[in-house]
Design a protein around this ligand. Structure first.
Ligand code: SF4
Length: 490
């Protein structure tokens, strides 16, 4: 007989939320693991003694985490999704039917709290991972990625106008809800944009997010971005440091600050960073000096100019006389120090031959410049680049190159595609930093809980294996092998 489900909603039911959340549920396990009580103390300075009660700081931070754990980029949708999930309600400490905070409260509270609360949470989770023996700290892989800002390059205005209108735009910003801006595929606006002079960071600024910077890189269109700098432990791929920088901040300029923070995060947990892996973008004399200062071995390929030694180009160096000698036996003595046009502090040593020396040289066409002499430009940090070149060309250096790309790039892929970092949905560098810290915390928590399940399964498997072996021995002695079949469930 065909059945037909009759449904009549019960007016009164007896229901206990915790009874309906399985013991192995992610949010149940997370609730047990995470202690956010420090927030009551650290955020108390933001509140007065009287007036309406604020959102519970722990509930706020848990909702932030839920947004990144569930890859939900909108405060409105975080609240809507949480209200429909029993496990998330249990994690938040809410009951069925209990009203969740209004979505705009999330945006206001995120602005209210300082970065230190988000850094403390990140470090607390990092400590949990270290205490479980999942992070060695010894070798760190560093890389950066551009994350689109919540602003349109088409609405950028000239900086002079911006200064006059700063009060007005501040008021405007305060009233803008942190929701994603529409996509920039509008053909008409692109056409209008081509007619105008191209904006630059020097001449133009975004009125809604003055900290966002125009920049580009291969595979990325020119747009307003923030740059996320991140270090990943090569042993287990946990994130050990993350920070927001302006989109146009060069990697090699940021490296000394990155090193300070990574070393600090590890030292706080009695771990020592011994090796840093990074790509060519992080190479500079200053960066190599910072590595040496921290007593860290770096594996950072030199930029094109410093990939080949002068010897490979046919010039031998005489340190005593400070000159080069070419294949034709001509000396190129040190002439002067030159500064780079837009970077006066970046100085280079210039070595030049005489026109008369090169005049009759058979190699003149391929060697000398249009004026008829040879000019060699050396970095003031030539010895640092040579030291790095030897290291990256070694067998270990080549292994480290492969390890770097296989470590940090998948983590960025996971953060961007599955942990809510496709776009920064707030305004300002500090807010962007908070978003990145929460995304990295969510990523580490996911990995940590996954790793905490694995050892239990391994022990269970090992135990079953041992029991099976023991029984096998006993039964084989008594000639009852057939009984083993009945134990196959192990
Ligand atoms: S062109 Fe001048 S510097 Fe170059 S190989 Fe000939 S003599 Fe030497």
């Amino acid at each position: 007989m065909q059945g037909k489900k009759a449904h009549q909603e019960k007016l009164f039911i007896q229901f206990q939320l915790s009874n309906h959340i399985p013991a192995d549920n992610f949010y149940r396990r997370l609730k047990k693991l995470l202690d956010l009580d420090f927030l009551y103390q650290s955020t108390s300075k933001h509140y007065g003694k009287e007036g309406q009660k604020s959102i519970d700081p722990v509930v706020f931070m848990k909702l932030m985490l839920v947004g990144y754990l569930e890859n939900i980029p909108s405060d409105r949708r975080i609240i809507a999704s949480s209200a429909m999930r029993m496990d998330i309600l249990y994690f938040l400490g809410h009951d069925l039917g209990e009203e969740l905070p209004w979505h705009s409260t999330l945006s206001r509270t995120r602005k209210l709290y300082g970065e230190e609360q988000f850094i403390t949470l990140f470090k607390q989770v990092l400590k949990l991972c270290i205490n479980k023996g999942l992070i060695s700290g010894k070798r760190q892989s560093v890389d950066s990625a551009l994350i689109p800002a919540n602003a349109s390059k088409h609405s950028m205005i000239e900086r002079v106008v911006m200064e006059d209108a700063s009060v007005f735009t501040q008021e405007l910003n305060d009233n803008i809800e942190d929701e994603p801006v529409p996509s920039e595929n509008d053909e008409e606006s692109n056409k209008d944009d081509q007619d105008k002079a191209a904006p630059t960071n020097q001449t133009h600024v975004s009125p809604s997010d003055p900290d966002a910077r125009l920049t580009t890189k291969p595979g990325k269109p020119m747009n307003l971005y923030y740059r996320t700098q991140m270090s990943v432990d090569t042993k287990s791929h946990f994130i050990t440091y993350i920070q927001a920088f302006p989109g146009n901040a060069a990697d090699n300029v940021s490296l000394p600050e990155i090193l300070d923070r990574v070393v600090e995060n590890m030292n706080e947990n009695d771990l020592q960073v011994k090796e840093i892996l990074a790509d060519t973008g992080y190479s500079s004399g200053e960066a190599i000096r910072a590595l040496i200062g921290h007593d860290i071995e770096g594996y950072i390929p030199n930029p094109g100019n410093y990939k080949h030694s002068r010897e490979e180009e046919g010039f031998t160096y005489d340190a005593e006389n400070d000159w080069y000698t070419c294949l034709n036996g001509v000396h190129l003595p040190f002439r002067r120090i030159e500064s780079t046009y837009n970077k006066p502090t970046l100085q280079k040593k210039i070595y030049e031959s005489n026109i008369s020396d090169c005049k009759n040289c058979p190699l003149k066409n391929t060697c000398a410049n249009a004026k008829g002499f040879k000019k060699l430009v050396d970095s003031m940090d030539k010895y640092l680049y040579q030291y790095m070149q030897q290291r990256v060309q070694s067998v270990k250096g080549k292994q480290m190159k492969l390890l770097r790309s296989s470590t940090v790039e998948p983590v960025f892929g996971s953060l961007i595609n599955h942990t809510g970092l496709k776009r920064i949905n707030t305004k300002g560098l500090k807010q962007a930093n908070k978003c990145m810290l929460i995304a990295a915390t969510a990523y580490n928590l996911k990995k940590l809980l996954k790793n905490m399940i694995r050892p239990i399964k391994v022990v269970q498997k090992q135990l079953a294996h041992n029991i099976n072996d023991t029984l096998n021995n006993i039964l084989s002695l008594s000639g009852q092998q057939y009984a083993l079949k009945s134990l196959s469930w192990f």
